[in-house]
Design a binder for this molecule. Structure first.
Ligand code: MG
Length: 170
């Protein structure tokens, strides 16, 4: 495997686990404030990020590449209001989209089309993640200021259940 592509793929394991940690911190923020639906959404989001990390882990092993696990940074949190974590989540997903795009570009440049094909799923996934995050901000801006509407929004997010990613690697 091209060394640059390898390094980016290995780094992505850490980035996905960091995403999980950031979303667990967001769940933690909402749990502490009694918003169990928002907490539920982000707890599931954290599980999905761990799934993403494991896909990169499995992909490297399947291609006989060494996996090197690094330390996971403390999540950054400076939340001052209920919409803060939602904006942080969108900003983070936009950052992750940039990371995936960079691996994709490196793989295409190295003519590593197997990795390009593997990353196709993540390209689509990032589109969905950004849309979900942006939708939550819109709803919070519309309804978050009213207690009754916030209660209903929280109930809506409480209904989310975990499903494994549609991409699986043997
Ligand atoms: Mg992810």
């Amino acid at each position: 495997m091209d060394p640059k592509v390898y390094k980016l793929l290995n780094d992505q394991i850490n980035k996905e686990f960091y995403s999980a940690y950031l979303y667990l911190e967001i769940a933690n923020y909402y749990d502490a404030r009694g918003l169990d639906g928002f907490a539920n959404w982000y707890e599931i989001q954290a599980r999905e990020e761990q799934d993403h990390a494991m896909l990169f882990y499995r992909y490297l092993h399947n291609n006989s590449q060494p996996v090197v696990l690094e330390g996971i940074a403390r999540p950054e949190t400076h939340f001052t209001d209920l919409i803060g974590p939602l904006k942080a989540a969108l900003g983070h997903e936009q950052y992750v989209t940039g990371l995936i795009n960079a691996i994709y570009a490196a793989a295409a440049e190295a003519r590593d089309y197997r990795t390009v094909q593997f990353l196709d799923w993540f390209i689509k996934e990032q589109g969905e993640e950004e849309k979900n995050s942006a939708d939550q901000i819109t709803k919070m801006e519309l309804y978050g200021g009213d207690a009754r509407s916030l209660y209903m929004l929280n109930s809506e997010l409480l209904a989310r259940t975990y499903t494994a990613p549609s991409l699986t690697l043997e």
